[in-house]
Design a protein around this ligand. Sequence first.
Ligand code: PLP
Length: 484
Amino acid sequence: MSKLIYEKSAPGRRADNLPHLTPAEFAVNLRIPRKYFREQAAELPEVSELDVVRHFTNLSRKNFSVDANMYPLGSCTMKYNPKVCERIAALDGFSSLHPLLPQLRGGGMLTQGALEVLFETERWLSEIVGMDGFSLQPMAGSHGELTGMMLVAAYHKDKANRKTKVIIPDSAHGTNPSSAAIAGYTVVSIPTGPDGGIDLARYEAALDDEVAAVMLTCPSTLGLFERDILKIAELAHKRDALLYYDGANLNALLGRCRPGDLGFDVVHVNLHKTFGTPHGGGGPGSGPVGVKAKLVPFLPTSIVVKRADGTFALEYERPKSIGYIASFYGNFAIILRAYAYMLLLGGEGMRRVSENAVLNANYIQARLKARYDLPYNRLCMHECVFSASRQAAKGVHAIDVAKALIERGLHPPTVYFPLVVKEALMIEPTETESREQMDELIDMMLEIADLADRDPAQFPAMPRNTPVGRLDEVKAAKDMRFKA
Ligand SMILES: *Cc1c(COP(=O)(O)O)cnc(C)c1O
């Protein structure tokens, strides 16, 4: 374990060259009223500049990141985030903007460019997913889902439809049923059929006039294209139920197939997955929501419009809108990175993204399926889902495979999701990993499968070379007190 910076403290050692003032002298110099003075100096570590630099550099090296290594977490699309997008988001003209600057006159000179970025991003996203309008406000995929469900509710209320249910397959991400429930709907879960798609007979039986929406992920969380999608859409629309697209897996279809053309009415996309913006540590994310024309009037306030004279403005007069769902205009700097990413790749580049993402996942699936169970053995899309059930029979579970990968210096895939696969190991290489990098992961997983056969007793001690070893996960969640 490395030392805390307080343990490196030595009396009198300093990292600055400022005049040496007592806290009180300092406060007087800065004209701070006496009542705010400290009684005692703050107990800060006394260290040199080099100590500080080394301390934080070494801490940052403990972080696992896409910049450091492969991150094959399924459903998360941990692709490389091009550095040029970071540079663009850091440009002064964008990063120094205040959201309350006026849109026109005076400060308008400063905000027109930002408004144009928002306007163009909405247009491009609409074109990519086949929708008629977008809101960039939602701050995460799950936030987009909730916004989408609120739009569904507003649509039905406007038509005086009495609808109470939302249909969701059992393979869905947990945020789907929670978003539908928070929006006031009863969730009806449909089982997965033998080919990995939704069980069509059970779906038809559940679809009545009370159903407000059907929420689908396509490709599903099993990484499989929903073969019956056109039929599913037709049946839903016959009942005036709307079709919701969870766009977390858009990386598989980007530039090749548009959810809007498949019959979807509402879509969220995760800019922090498909559109190469940073992802991790809980945010910031961005989950814009797109809709077909019949839902545009309900989109959140405000919307960017282009006026006849070519200038851009925010439109607030939207009587049917569900209102604000985030402060100001969403996570602007993240939207800006996605805009730069789309500009960088262009239409052809985006098509290559999905092509290579799918090719890479199928390469991994083909090379690992002799040693790991593949519950749905068919061509996959951008991710493949194995089961460690064969290893589990020897006492080596999905979590042990994950810990063994950590010991070997790689980030593990997603484990135990989707819930419909026992001992799930869900791998998403993304289009940005090279064949050599994927081979490294595959070879490690093959070696781990061998070890599970040969010597399963080794696994419980792994990882043996990390600063923190195997944690008691139940205790970690139930007892938050830190003990060294
Ligand atoms: C990531 C994900 C979500 C939620 O998105 P967040 O941005 O993490 O809130 C929803 N559905 C699926 C399938 C996902 O992979």
